[in-house]
Unconditional design. Structure first.
Length: 242
C-alpha cells in the first residue's frame, strides 16, 4: 500500500484488511476526456481519403480497443496500403490536431481527480492510447496527478485483457482487489473486472451491459473521494487451503 494512504497513525502497527481504495485507476478516452468524437471523426476522414466505407457500428466496435487492433481493423476495412502501425500514426495525427484546439474534459472528472489527490489516494492512468496522445492531455493537469501511467505501448495485451490494470496496480504496489477502476466502455470495464478491480462504469458513447458487481453512474459530477470510499467493493476470491 502507498504509505501516504495509510489510515493507521504513525507508530502504530496496521491491523485488519487494507483500507479501500488503495488506488483509483482511470481510463482516459471517454472517461477522463471526451475524445472519442475526435477518434471517430478521424476514422471517417481516413475513410473519405482512402475511398472506403465506415459506419457508426465500425466506430463503436473500436471504442476502448488497443490502438494496434484498431489500426489493423481500419486497414482491413478501408483497404489501406499501410501497416497497422502506420494507420495508428495517421489516426494520432488527426486526433492530436484536434486536441491542439481543445481538450474536452468529461463532467466532474478533473474535480474528482483533484479531490482524490488532495486526500492522498493514489491514481493511475490506464489507457490504450499511446504516449504521443497522452502527453498533451497530462500537460493540462497538475504534476503528479497520476502516480503511474500505463499506455498502449507498455503492455503486450491491451484491453479487454486484464494486463493493463494488473500492470498499473503492480506499479503502485497495491492489490487490484483494493482498487477502483473508472471506465466508460465494455472493453475497458471487462479488462478492469478481469484484473480484480471494483468497476465503476460511467457510460459515454457506447452502451455498457452491467455485470454482477459493476457499479454505474450517469456522471462523475458530484462524486468525491468520500463517495469513492463508500462504494461497495467486490469480494476477494476465496483461496483454497493447500
Amino acid at each position: 500500500m502507498n504509505a501516504a494512504f495509510s489510515p493507521v497513525p504513525a507508530g502504530q502497527e496496521p491491523s485488519g484488511p487494507p483500507a479501500r481504495p488503495a488506488a483509483v485507476l482511470w481510463d482516459m478516452d471517454g472517461t477522463l476526456v471526451d475524445t472519442e468524437p475526435y477518434w471517430i471523426a478521424t476514422e471517417y476522414a481516413l475513410a473519405e481519403e482512402y475511398g472506403g466505407e465506415w459506419s457508426e457500428a465500425d466506430a463503436a466496435h473500436l471504442v476502448g480497443s488497443d490502438l494496434l487492433v484498431s489500426g489493423a481493423y481500419i486497414k482491413q476495412k478501408l483497404g489501406m496500403p499501410h501497416t497497422p502501425e502506420e494507420v495508428v500514426e495517421l489516426l494520432l495525427d488527426g486526433v492530436c490536431a484536434r486536441l491542439d484546439a481543445d481538450v474536452p474534459w468529461r463532467p466532474g472528472a478533473k474535480e474528482l481527480l483533484a479531490d482524490l489527490v488532495a486526500h492522498d489516494i493514489p491514481c493511475a492512468l490506464v489507457t490504450m492510447s499511446w504516449q504521443r496522445f497522452v502527453a498533451p492531455i497530462l500537460a493540462h493537469l497538475p504534476a503528479e496527478s497520476f502516480k503511474v501511467i500505463v499506455t498502449g505501448e507498455q503492455v503486450a495485451n491491451g484491453k479487454p485483457h486484464p494486463e493493463p490494470y494488473e500492470t498499473a496496480a503492480a506499479a503502485l504496489g497495491v492489490d487490484p482487489y483494493d482498487c477502483v477502476a473508472i471506465e466508460d466502455s465494455p472493453t475497458g470495464a471487462t479488462s478492469a473486472d478481469a484484473a480484480g478491480c471494483t468497476v465503476l462504469v460511467v457510460p459515454n458513447h457506447v452502451p455498457v451491459s452491467l455485470r454482477a458487481g459493476w457499479i454505474e453512474r450517469d456522471s462523475l459530477t458530484g462524486l468525491d473521494a468520500a463517495g469513492v470510499k463508500s462504494l461497495s467493493f467486490r469480494d476477494r476470491p476465496e483461496i483454497d487451503p493447500v
